[in-house]
Design a protein around this ligand. Structure first.
Ligand code: F6R
Length: 262
């Protein structure tokens, strides 16, 4: 079962993530970070950038792997996940862009791109710390409900709800949101050594309840986190509002020895 940490807001979650990454890079300068796009990790990336600058952490050898990419969207498009990762993490944190990989959404080469991506992750020694957001339907990466819990990186059809949710990045026009994507599979994500899932706001409450306290099911892909030996779910009060064991999570975190980190 994942550790659930209930925080005041995105900034407090961002601090926890930034400390965790800073410790990781100090002990492993060529650490491999799993990177997500979307709104949920933005504060975390901001705090990481600040921490790196403040503490003078050398990130020149840090490597990165994005979770997913839209299929058929030019990587130079401002809403491609290549552009988004560059804008929100690579540039602010000062990562070497040559060491940061994003799945290949080119329709001409997409058929073999998933397997190649998983092989590249494996050749890098695997992901040390994977940050995740969660969709209102419980997706992680772009593994929509029904995705195999053992899946590798592959092409997927986006659920209509996900396209509606993401239309905000395309001037509110769902027609401009691609219908397909290439995403790390749930099996790929589970191979990362530490998973940190962030969720904020009441809109995520049901997905968080199912993820943490429901049964493990392909119909809530994030529930696969219950199978992982080191998964941390960081939520605000609104996203935690449907959790039955909220008091226990708060109690456990309040009594956690500081040296354990997250
Ligand atoms: C993004 C990704 C998605 C998002 C999810 C939540 O790389 O993999 O799973 O994390 O759709 O998006 P936000 O954070 O915008 O609510």
């Amino acid at each position: 079962m994942a550790e659930v940490i209930i925080v005041k807001d995105e900034d407090e979650a961002g601090e926890l993530y930034a400390s965790c990454v800073a410790d990781l890079i100090r002990s492993k300068p060529d650490a491999v970070l799993g990177l997500a796009t979307g709104s949920s990790p933005l504060a975390a990336y901001r705090h990481l950038a600040r921490r790196v600058a403040q503490d003078g952490i050398d990130v020149s050898k840090v490597r990165g792997f994005a979770l997913d990419e839209y299929a058929g969207l030019d990587p130079r498009h401002p809403q491609s996940y290549r552009s988004t990762i560059t804008r929100t993490v690579v540039e602010p944190v000062g990562l070497n862009p040559d060491l940061v990989h994003v799945p290949d959404g080119n329709l001409k080469t997409i058929a073999g791109a998933g397997r190649a991506y998983d092989a590249t992750i494996e050749a890098a020694g695997g992901v040390d710390l994977q940050i995740l957001g969660i969709g209102t339907d419980g997706h992680i990466g772009f593994n929509e409900p029904g995705s195999s819990l053992a899946s590798g990186t592959r092409i997927k059809t986006l659920a209509e709800q996900t396209r509606i949710d993401n239309a905000r990045f395309f001037d509110g026009d769902i027609e401009r949101v691609p219908t397909h994507c290439i995403t790390q599979g749930i099996g790929t994500i589970l191979k990362a050594r530490h998973l940190v899932l962030l969720a904020f706001g009441a809109g995520k409450a049901e997905a968080i309840e199912e993820t943490c306290e429901g049964g493990i099911s392909a119909f809530c892909p994030a529930s696969a986190l219950q199978l992982h030996p080191h998964a941390t779910v960081i939520v605000d009060e609104a996203a935690a509002s449907r959790l039955r064991h909220k008091d226990y999570y708060k109690y456990a975190f309040a009594h956690k020895p500081a040296w354990q980190g997250i």
